[in-house]
Design a protein around this ligand. Structure first.
Ligand SMILES: [Zn+2]
Length: 236
């Protein structure tokens, strides 16, 4: 058994016993993690773009309403058990031949503050469900400032050199994060994985931000890849 597989198996991503809806905590979820009402609401946020895989990125939901509540509860409100639900939704989107599940890592300072790396837990959960090994392939070397107020070029500049690879990697790789906003962070991390030997990177997030800033600027992840790929290949 590979070390990465052992790490995955040992990870604390076990499915908890759920007797209440993970979103509203009131009604019982009968067949899933959610009650019927929350299930209907969250399904209304399904991200409709089935061609997103061609863009090398796919988000299961739009970051709105109940979806954003679930993400905030998971990240900031101590409901780490939501990982099992989020990971199961994301794992259903992993179709194809992948050699590794990786994540967009937090900087160690932010990790200390939050107590856990939300993307890492999700990646491990997805790895367990899909039986694809979890691999810690990148490390965040800079604690980048928040990108909320930044434009596209500034975001790229802000993220430049924010990640380094932690070793060689091969094959097609799934890169997991919780929320995709402009794609600048995921694209920078993906570029590092490509530089480390990955054949292709499929960015998978639970939600995609549909905030005004994103909508107005219409930045596609493909565009980010086009910008980032040549730079990284040249530097190889
Ligand atoms: Zn509910």
């Amino acid at each position: 058994m590979k070390l990465s597989r052992l790490i995955t198996k040992a990870a604390d991503t076990a499915m908890p016993h759920i007797d209440k809806c993970v979103a509203c905590s009131i009604e019982k979820g009968v067949e899933s993690f959610l009650c019927k009402r929350c299930c209907d609401e969250i399904n209304a946020r399904k991200h409709g773009d089935t061609k997103a895989k061609d863009l090398c990125a796919f988000s299961v939901y739009d970051y709105e309403g109940l979806v954003s509540k679930v993400v905030r509860d998971y990240k900031y409100n101590g409901k780490r058990y939501l990982c099992a639900y989020i990971a199961s939704e994301m794992a259903a989107a992993v179709k194809g031949d992948y050699s590794a599940i990786c994540h967009v890592p937090l900087h160690k300072k932010r990790l200390r503050r939050r107590g856990f790396d939300q993307a890492e837990l999700l990646a491990k959960g997805i790895a367990k469900i899909t039986d694809i090994p979890f691999v810690r392939a990148a490390k965040r070397t800079r604690n980048t400032r928040t990108q909320v107020s930044l434009g596209l070029v500034q975001r790229q500049e802000n993220m430049k050199g924010a990640f380094v690879s932690t070793g060689p990697i091969s094959g097609n790789v799934v890169l997991v994060d919780d929320v995709l906003t402009t794609g600048a962070t995921a694209a920078e991390c993906a570029a590092v994985l490509l530089g480390a030997g990955a054949s292709d990177v499929f960015v998978l997030t639970f939600a995609r931000s549909t905030g005004d800033a994103t909508r107005k600027r219409k930045w596609s992840v493909r565009k980010m890849f086009d910008i980032l790929k040549p730079r990284n290949f040249r530097s190889k």
